[in-house]
Design a protein around this ligand. Structure first.
Ligand SMILES: [Zn+2]
Length: 416
């Protein structure tokens, strides 16, 4: 396909392989930007098409480039350190990979999207040199203040060349939960390939596209999340830039992630059986077939209607409904279901960066979890199903008593 001048990446052609064989998989309509949490109530929020499409050639799920990256990422208010389970996940990873690669003081580790340094700080503790890349200034400054060297810009092939000339090749490159957030995924992978020599191992973590069908995780679709990775898509994209997908691990994080291991494609590298096994799991549910997604889209639309009816029913019974977790997934669900203001009173979130702001488009106030009890909620809906165990523990020990607790995904279900 040629001449993309008037066509849109992610809608008319695939952002990974440029094929025009994309089909609509889950269409959520026009939605506001999930992570734009206003400090004041707004009369109107901009909204943009949110339609997950799948490339039937390379297997990448994607949404179209309809909002600029500058608007999406300059004021990013997600600090990794805010989640306890995430910190533990990071510590375990560092311990295992340090052993696996026998990392020493002579090596350095590069992390792309290093956030507030929640992961790199564990390497520093073991005396291993690190370098972070984090474009969100407010988040990167937290890392820098703690002595974690961090480049504050978007990663790409140009930056990769600068890093190699200044620091040499890293022994390990980590890119967790970032590949999906990159509009130009080809330049990103090219950058990784520039930084990879025969000694370098690349570790990429990201939720699986398959989760949307297997566990109804349609609420992970939002504008910042350009790509929805499958093993097939990662393998094909890597190959384009001389890298080979050698191993895949299934992880529990974010409702089911894959950790992809890449290295330079030479005579010594061969994929482990895990790669083929993972691809078979995707094919077994027809992940790249239109028919499977027609069914999923129907299930999502039904879910959204029933979710809205649930809130309306509770409101008519005089129940006060609150939410927990002002994450992007909450915004996707609430807005795709066309929930109106008043149907949920407020949403609690432990992250100070989000508190005292409003979630689009119903201007839902974000409050401190500690004040929930004083507001006498009858029902609490957990939107952050990925950390529901952690939140439940908090409710049972410190949270409001005598309330109903519901979780949203995979189905709206009462859990307390
Ligand atoms: Zn493609």
């Amino acid at each position: 396909m040629k001449g993309h001048s008037t066509s849109i990446r992610g809608a008319d052609f695939c952002r990974a392989c440029k094929s025009d064989q994309l089909f609509s998989a889950v269409n959520l309509g026009a939605l506001p930007i999930a992570n734009e949490l206003s400090k004041i109530r707004l009369n109107e929020y901009d909204s943009f098409e949110l339609n997950l499409r799948i490339c039937s050639d390379c297997g990448l799920g994607q949404v179209a480039d309809v909002v600029s990256s500058d608007r999406l990422f300059t004021d990013y208010r997600y600090l990794s350190s805010a989640s306890q389970s995430f910190i533990e996940h990071a510590a375990n990873f560092v311990k295992n990979v340090t052993e696996k690669l026998s990392l020493s003081e002579n090596d350095y580790v590069l992390e792309i999207a290093s956030n507030d340094g929640y992961l790199l700080r564990h390497f520093i503790q073991s005396g291993i040199r690190v370098l972070g890349v984090e474009p969100a200034l407010n988040v990167a400054s937290v890392a820098i203040l703690q002595g974690i060297p961090t480049i504050t810009d978007f990663f790409g092939s140009k930056m990769a060349e600068d890093i190699v000339s200044q620091h040499g090749y890293p022994r390990l490159i980590i890119a967790n939960n970032v590949l999906a957030h990159v509009p130009d995924i080809q330049d990103f992978m090219k950058g990784i390939s520039i930084l990879t020599n025969s000694e370098t191992l690349v570790s990429i973590e990201n939720p699986r596209l398959r989760n949307i069908i297997e566990n109804n995780q349609f609420d992970t679709i939002y504008h910042e999340h350009f790509s929805y990775l499958s093993c097939k898509a990662v393998s094909e994209l890597s190959q384009k830039f001389g890298l080979l997908l050698v191993d895949v691990e299934n992880l529990e994080t974010h409702g089911g992630s894959n950790r992809y291991w890449l290295r330079i494609d030479n005579a010594e590298s061969t994929p482990l059986r895990s790669v083929m096994e993972e691809m078979r799991k995707d094919e077994a549910i027809n992940l790249f077939q239109n028919s499977a997604w027609e069914r999923q889209d129907f299930l999502v639309q039904t879910y959204l209607r029933e979710f809205r009816e649930f809130l309306q029913e509770k409101k008519s019974q005089g129940k006060s409904v609150f939410g927990y977790g002002a994450a992007a997934k909450a915004s996707t669900l609430l807005n795709a279901a066309r929930v109106q203001s008043g149907e949920i009173v407020a949403i609690a979130d432990a992250s100070p960066e989000k508190q005292e702001r409003f979630m689009p488009h119903m201007n839902l106030p974000i409050i401190k979890p500690e004040i929930l009890s004083s507001l006498n909620p009858d029902i609490l809906i957990l939107f952050v199903w990925n950390i529901s165990t952690e939140i439940l523990k908090w409710i049972e020990t410190k949270g409001p008593s005598g309330i109903e607790v519901w979780v949203t995904i995979p189905e709206l279900k009462r859990i307390l």
